[in-house]
Design a protein around this ligand. Structure first.
Ligand SMILES: [Fe+2]
Length: 315
């Protein structure tokens, strides 16, 4: 079985790299490298880039990449259905990749050997007092008014015309495990599926790939992790102050429990900040939830599934 360490980076195509650089900087990513044709943005973690923007006439999604545990996994990945041979990545940090194509025709890269970089120090998480337990004595809370510092890419959400087929591919080919299904009718395939990595006994995010039924195949959003609730709200205020377009949030999801907010980038894509998500491991039980607006969030600005998921189709 293919061993995936984590989601690594996403590649989008944009007509205006300057506008995207401004947007992603306000979003909390940091420019790692820039050429005329490509912009590499990093988080505070050790991966040299978590978001690649390629110049193109029309905006589109180019690829999602997952990091493999070992070179052995990379060699084995060549045997997967439709896989390319191992090829050099040709980007900062080097490394190699095998490229697959998912049932929606999307490029899925399996990468290994990208050289790690020094992490950027993050503001330490705030020490929170709750009603019954006090943990902060004689100290104050002063999180800075600034972009929410992004640590890493956390997940990608895909609208797909055929959930069952994509679910089979992502579980059987990539080896992901289902954490939650959303169902409309009992005994019918789910209309949405939240899939996590199989990391054995190690805890991993509730979902690294989310699939939901859509009239056309598209990437709904990519989601990036920030330090804590105050980073999320300060980041939200920062994005508003810079004139960027909010889509939804701040709120807390139900499936995965993440605190979230969503933004529209200059090309029209949706991008998410999240913090405080659930952690699962290989034997965590599968949940099944009836489809309704209540399956979307616990609190936050009013939203419907139709409006939220339909918001990206215009791409
Ligand atoms: Fe998300």
């Amino acid at each position: 079985m293919l061993r995936i360490k984590d989601i690594n980076h996403v590649v989008y195509r944009h007509p205006d790299l300057d506008a995207v650089e401004r947007f992603l900087t306000d979003f909390g990513l940091v420019v790692a490298h820039r050429t005329d044709e490509r912009l590499y943005m990093r988080g505070a973690g050790t991966i040299p880039y978590v978001y690649v923007a390629e110049r193109s006439h029309m905006p589109s999604f180019a690829a999602v990449a997952f990091a493999l545990e070992s070179a052995t996994d990379l060699v084995a990945a060549q045997l997967l259905p439709g896989a390319s041979k191992v090829a050099p990545i040709g980007a900062p940090g080097g490394g190699q990749c095998v490229t697959l194509t998912d049932p929606a025709g999307r490029s899925v890269q399996l990468v290994h050997g990208i050289e790690a970089v020094e992490p950027i120090p993050m503001r330490p998480a705030l020490t929170l007092n709750n009603a019954e337990e006090k943990r902060r004595f004689g100290d104050v809370q002063r999180a800075p008014r600034a972009p929410a510092q992004v640590l890493r890419l956390g997940h990608i959400a895909l609208g797909v015309t055929d959930v069952a087929r994509n679910l089979r591919w992502y579980t059987e080919v990539l080896g992901l495990l289902p954490s939650d299904f959303i169902v409309e009718t009992q005994n019918e395939p789910p209309v949405a599926a939240f899939l996590r990595l199989n990391r054995g006994d190690a805890w991993t995010d509730h979902h690294t790939v989310a699939l939901f039924h859509a009239p056309e195949d598209h990437v709904h959003h990519a989601s990036f992790e920030v330090q804590d609730l105050d980073a999320q709200f300060h980041g939200n205020a920062w994005m508003v102050s810079q004139g960027w377009t909010p889509v939804w949030g701040v709120g807390r999801h139900i499936l995965g429990s993440q605190i979230f907010d969503y933004w529209r980038d200059p090309s029209g894509n949706i991008i998410e900040h999240f913090t405080d998500g659930d952690l699962y491991k290989h034997d965590s039980p599968l949940g099944v939830t009836p489809a309704s607006d209540d399956s979307l969030y616990q609190w936050g600005p009013p939203m419907t599934v139709e409006r939220f998921l339909g918001g990206a189709i215009q791409l």
